[in-house]
Structure formats: C-alpha cells, structure tokens
Design a protein around this ligand. Structure first.
Ligand code: AKG
Length: 285
C-alpha cells in the first residue's frame, strides 16, 4: 500500500474530547481519531483472551467463517455466520494459519452479558442513542473488504491494532456491486491491488490510510467507505453504532438506496438473534 497519499490531516484528532468538541467534529463530516479515553472506557482492564473467556463464559457467540484472510465479499450470498462457544473460537484463532481459512468474531454485546462490567460507554456519546454495541475479535491479517455502512460508528481499538483505508462517500468511482446483489455496499475494487483496467475511475479516488492503535477510537462517518486489516496477533475492538441524521441520509440518498436490502436483512437477523438470545443452542443465522 506504499503508493497511498498520506492524507492523515483529513482525519481529525482529539484528545479526551468534551461532548461539544465531539459533536463539532462530527458536524465536519470528517473521520476522527480519539485518544486519551481508553483508561476510562476499559476501567483499567486489559482485554486478553483469558479475560474475554472468563467474561463470556459458555455462551455461544457469532463468528463469520471465511475461506481466507482476504476474501472478497461474495455478491451472491450473505456472510456465513455461525454460533460457537468462545473457547472453541479461541482454539480456532490460535491454530489458524496466515493463509488458511479464518474465523472472525463479530457479535452484539447483548449476547455476552458477562462482559458488561468490563467496559464503559464514551462520555461524549451521551447525547446519541447507541442502537447497537458490537464486539470484534480477529487474528493477524484478516481483512474486511472496502464497504460503507449507512450508520454512524465509533470503533474502539481495545487491544492490538488495525490498518484502515478510508474513502469519502460516493458511488461513481468506487464501483459497488449491483443493487440486486447481496453486496451492494461493497466495492469491487481491492485498494491493495486495484485493477485500473477494469476500474479506471479508481484513479480519481484519494484513500486515507492510517493505523489505529490499542486505546484509540475512530469515528467513521456514515457512508464513508472503509477497508480494515488486523495488524497484530489478535485484535479486540468494540463498535458503538447509532442512526445517521435524516439530513445525512437525504444527502447520501443514492448510497442509502444501495443499503436498503442490507438494512432489511440485518434488522431481521438482529431481531431473530434477540428473540433466541437466551436459548443456548446452536442457531444458524
Ligand atoms: O474491523 C473490521 O474488520 C471492520 C470494522 C467495520 O467495518 C466497522 O467498524 O464498521
């Protein structure tokens, strides 16, 4: 990724922001890295796999199984989510090889009530209604392909590090999969090795690339494209998600249109998962 322009200054940086500073930064529409809040959020805990295992216990959590570390999004099918016990996920994580099949824990914290005493919510999110909080655990090299979400996200790097590539909202130069596919919010371009013959307008794209380190948080504005690579042996992060303002949805109406089938699918999954939440049996979502 050496030929990326370093556009770090397009990403704002704040140390322990107040609520007003955070809101002002959000209004600029730019991504924001937040430092200096980890101690308060983690309540002094270090997120080792031992701690997660103790906190999650015997519950089944949702993992995404992938054929390789950098699998392009399949436009024909949704991700292969499965429910496994944390100890089984952990065993897989420890035995997976860099180039072999991979497992990515991505689950709603509602499935892990034992984790609740071990983290807080950022003070500056007090005025937004967080609709979902999600835990991610991955091994080195795992890639989430370039995509956008129709919601606002703060991604807290609890342990490890991730390399982020961000691209401003837009559809024309990003070549998303078609509206009728199952990957309409995913780009067909791999920013690591863009095929400029197939995707010539990618030349006009100015990706922003940086590493997010343990203890930092990243605000990803709704509709901003992002590609994420886990860059340490194991990575633990948490997402705080809330609904974008109506103004923003109207501003990015074509992007929102692309997201509608996904939003419907996701809403069904979340509500199905919440109704079966307390039944500790294997459910394929
Ligand atoms: O960390 C990842 O692999 C993906 C994160 C992501 O897409 C998000 O936080 O919205």
């Amino acid at each position: 990724m050496n030929d990326f322009t370093d556009r770090r200054r397009e990403v704002l940086r704040l140390n322990r922001p107040s609520q007003q500073q955070f809101q002002r930064a959000v209004r600029t529409g730019r991504p924001l890295i937040i430092a200096g809040c980890a101690e308060e959020l983690s309540r002094g805990h270090t997120y080792s796999l031992d701690l997660l295992q103790r906190a999650i216990g015997n519950r089944r959590i949702e993992v995404d199984r992938r054929p390789s570390r950098n699998t392009p999004q399949d436009p024909q099918s949704r991700p292969d989510f499965q429910r496994v016990r944390f100890q089984d996920f952990r065993r897989r994580l420890m035995t997976e090889t860099f180039d072999g099949p991979r497992t990515y824990l991505q689950d709603d914290v509602n499935h892990m009530p034992g984790l609740r005493p071990f983290y807080g919510e950022p003070e500056y999110l007090r005025d937004v209604t967080v609709t979902r909080t999600k835990l991610w655990v991955s091994g080195r090299g795992l890639v989430t392909p370039l995509h956008y979400d129709p919601v606002e996200v703060v991604h807290w790097m609890m342990e490890g590090s991730k390399r982020w590539v961000l691209v401003r909202p837009g559809l024309r130069n990003l070549y998303p999969y078609g509206l009728r596919t199952k990957a309409a919010m995913f780009s067909r371009v791999d920013p690591d090795a863009p095929d400029l013959k197939a995707f010539p307008r990618w030349r006009g794209v100015r990706p922003i690339e940086f590493d997010l380190q343990a203890g930092e948080l990243l605000y990803i504005p709704a509709f901003f494209w992002h590609r994420v690579e886990s860059t340490s042996d194991y990575n633990v992060s948490m997402n705080y998600i809330w609904v974008a303002s109506l103004r923003k949805m109207l501003r990015y109406l074509p992007e929102f249109g692309h997201a509608v089938p996904f939003v419907r699918w996701q809403a069904k999954r979340i509500s199905a998962a919440r109704t079966t939440m307390h039944e500790d049996r294997r459910v394929r979502l």
